[in-house]
Structures are given as C-alpha cells and as structure tokens.
Ligand binder design. Structure first.
Ligand code: FAD
Length: 415
C-alpha cells in the first residue's frame, strides 16, 4: 500500500487525507500546531459558495481598489513590504484584472465548485456528521450601487444562466425579512438557491476524528515540516522538527505556508496572504438575523447564520504574513455591520478573529504534480477553500493514485 504524507491540518489537508485513505492509501498527517484547523479554516465565513465564485481579479478592480484604500471603513488595506514577493504577486494580480481572464477563471472555478458540491454531498450523506450546522438556505448577493447592479445583471443575462434570480429591492426584502431592519438603500440583489453554509472548524475537527479512526491512517504528527529529502530527483522524505518521515508521495496542503515549503525544493508558488476578519456574534431571542446567507458585495461583507451565532466575515488586507487582530480594522468592521444589519445579533459580545487566505493572483487554486516526482500540491484556495476543499482533495487523490483527473485541470495547475 502506498504511503502518502499530507502536510497541513486545515480543511484542505484534512479533506486530502480523507480522499487518499478512501482511495486505498496509507496516510500520515503532519500539522505544526497542537490542534487541527487553527489557520484560515478556523472561523471563516462558512459559505459553501459553489456558484458565486467570481475571483477578486476583475475588470475595474484596480480603480475600485484605489477608492477602497481611502474609504474609512473600506474592505481593503495595503502595507508595502520590502519583499519582492509582494510586488511580484501584485503585478500578476493586476495582469489578471481583465474581464476575459475573470470569465475564464470563473468557468474553471464553477466546474471545480460543482464537482466539490457533489463530492461533499456524497461524503456528508455517508459520514453522519453532527453539529456542523449544515444548512442550504441559498445565497443573496446584495448591491448598493445602481450602476454596478445593472452591469452585473446584464452580465448574468448574457450568460443565458437560469439558476441565479435577479431581485428588486422589494423582492430582496420579501425573500429576506431581516433586511427590513437595514437602514441601507439597496439597489437590488441576485439570489442563488442551493448554496450552503456550515461550520468549517467543526467539520474539520470531525473529519480529523474520522481520519484518525481509519484503519489505514498511520498517524498525526504534530511537527513543523521544514523541507524534503530528495534522492535521484525524487522526494523520499519529509524533514520535520521531529525528525525525518519517509513516504512514497508527499502532498503540500499547508495553506499560506505552502510557499516556504515548496521553495525548499526550488518551486516558487504565487501565493500571498489576503488577510480577513470575522465576528461570531450570539443570536438572542430579540434579534432578527438573516436566514439566507447574505453578501454585501460592495462592502465585501458576508453574513452567515451558523448554529446560534451570526458569522460576519470581511476584508482583504495585503499586509503580509501577519494574522494578529488589528483593533482599528475590527472597530471598522463593527461600524459597518451596525450600519447595515444592526438588529441581526449581539455584536457587542462577538468573538473576533483574523485569518490569512492563501491567495493566488488569478483566484484559482493550484492542484496536482510538481516538477519533483513524488511531490504534489493542493494549495492557493484563497477565498474559496472551504467551498472547493472536497473537490480539490478528490482530484489530488485520483492523480496520486494514478487515475485520470475527474475534471480538466487547465488553469488549475502549477504554471
Ligand atoms: C475572513 C475569511 C473568510 C472566509 N470565508 C470563506 C467562506 O465563506 N467560504 C470559503 O469557501 N472559504 C472562505 N475562506 C477561505 C478559507 O478559509 C481558506 O481558503 C481555507 O481555510 C484554506 O484552507 P487550508 O487548509 O489551505 O489552509 P489552513 O486552514 O490555513 O491550513 C493550513 C494548515 O497547515 C499547517 N501548516 C502550515 N505550515 C506548516 C508546516 N510547515 N508544517 C506543518 N503544518 C503546517 C497550518 O498550521 C494549518 O493548520 C475565508 C477566509 C477568511 C480569512
């Protein structure tokens, strides 16, 4: 039986480990923290957003980004670093800010999203997970700006797509009565039924338990992966702070830190942290939280009910590899939320969190083989890691086991 070492115990590494075990491999999992899912998977927006996948890089975004930088409570911050990597990523991001590139990447992400939805639903119906707060309320994307709303609805219309429903402000209110308490004048919304929400952390922890109970699981090693032992050009061992771990295949699924690991064998990954924040606010009897999952698209704020809490996730700050909570940004998020859905939850009692999205310039993850035989990648899921995790993991498992990829991988592989 082939022994595969998976590096990273976030939602992407865990789903990869599971898919490999179910494909007949022996698996070891290496995680540097003392618990699982302590990185970007910890308190994300919880949206399984299979249809709303449009990447950040798009036509007009550079101009919008300049405006956002000067807005007091804008969704973006930029701190220049003395690192070539930041500037190279930015240059590549800007070159992806074209309508044609955005449409191409969106098509690829839609295919991966649909596949991920199918894999997840197969897993969920057999795994009998509890307390992951899975619901399928659909997703309402709200627009404040009339021009932007018209532009988006025209684009939807020209795609001949019938799944998304374009809604007037009144129809939005009818669909989501919690908007009656919003002082915002909305231009309209786009609703997609079938979109799901769940607690990514709870799901990761339960998946971790199932992995550890699997007969082919060799062990969870809490150690930091440092690099690889390579013999005859092939990866044969993982170097960790607890010693070397020998294996047949190695999968890097270490989120943002995949970049440093790949660099140890001369592979440059175009991944940069897009820092985001979340609030998890308790919902009391007097609150009126949204039932559908809501995205305030111009503010880039998501509202998702997860169990008895409202999860609010926002912001994309380019401030380097720094996951500390900036009090000014959290205060800004509180202001935005209270000015939008003031009655939705007890925001004064929120748990606050910051995480780093492992983002590629195009917004597409990088899956599959590397130039080093035996070394594989499942990285760069950016703002969609929870959504795409199950599909990406199945692609990886198929490739590692010598099966063809279940979907075309152009644009989803290491360039
Ligand atoms: C504010 C915010 C909101 C979001 N909302 C959503 C959403 O609604 N829907 C969605 O689909 N996605 C969302 N995302 C994105 C999603 O959370 C990420 O894409 C996803 O969690 C990435 O998973 P990962 O496993 O690749 O990375 P991580 O969860 O960061 O896991 C990487 C793991 O690797 C470990 N590791 C790193 N280096 C090493 C090493 N050298 N050795 C051993 N272990 C190592 C880390 O400790 C960590 O546990 C959001 C992200 C943020 C920040």
């Amino acid at each position: 039986m082939r022994h595969v070492v998976v590096i990273g115990g976030g939602v992407v590494g865990l789903t990869t480990a599971w898919a490999l075990l179910e494909s007949g491999c022996q698996v070891s999992l290496v995680e540097k923290e003392s618990g699982l899912a302590m990185g970007a998977s910890r308190a994300n927006g919880g949206q399984l957003s299979y249809r709303f996948v449009s990447p950040l890089a798009d036509e007009g975004v550079p101009i919008k980004a300049l405006r956002w930088l000067f807005e007091t409570d804008g969704p973006l911050r930029f701190r220049p670093e003395m690192q070539l990597h930041q500037w190279a990523w930015l240059a590549s991001f800007l070159s992806n800010c074209r309508g044609s590139v955005n449409r191409r990447t969106t098509r690829r992400l839609l295919a991966l999203g649909a596949f991920s939805q199918a894999v997840f639903s197969g897993f969920y119906s057999s795994a009998k997970l509890d307390a992951v707060s899975l619901r399928t309320p659909g997703k309402l994307v709200l627009y404040r700006n009339d021009k932007e709303f018209t532009r988006v609805t025209r684009r939807l219309g020209s795609g001949g797509d019938t799944i998304e429903q374009v809604l007037s402000p009144q129809a939005c209110l009818h669909l989501e009565p919690a908007l009656a308490n919003s002082p915002v004048r909305w231009a309209g919304g786009v609703f997609t039924s079938g979109e799901a929400v769940a607690d990514c952390y709870a799901l990761s922890i339960q998946l971790g338990e199932r992995i550890q109970a699997h007969p082919s699981f060799k062990g969870l090693i809490h150690a930091q992966a440092l690099g690889f032992g390579v013999e005859g050009g092939r990866a044969v061992a993982l170097r960790t702070t607890q010693g070397d771990l020998v294996g047949d295949e190695f999968v890097i699924a270490a989120g943002l830190h995949s970049r440093a690991l790949a660099r140890a064998v001369g592979i440059e990954l175009p991944i940069y942290p897009l820092k985001g924040y979340s609030l998890s606010a308790p919902i009391g009897n007097d609150h009126l939280p949204p039932v559908v999952s809501v995205t305030d698209v111009e503010k880039k704020i998501l509202y998702t009910r997860i169990g008895s809490e409202l999860r609010v996730a926002a912001m994309a700050d380019l401030v380097g590899d720094d996951a500390t909570i900036d009090p000014a940004r959290i205060a800004s998020l509180h202001r935005s939320v209270r000015a939008t859905l003031p009655m939705a939850a007890e925001f004064a009692q929120s748990k606050e969190w910051a995480g780093l999205r492992p983002a590629t310039p195009s917004g597409a993850p990088i899956l599959g083989a590397t130039p080093v035989p035996g070394l594989w990648l499942n990285v760069g899921h950016g703002a969609l890691g929870f959504t795409l995790a199950f599909g990406s993991a199945q692609v990886l498992a198929d490739l590692v086991c010598g099966r063809p990829s279940p979907l075309p991988l152009d644009g989803l592989q290491l360039a």
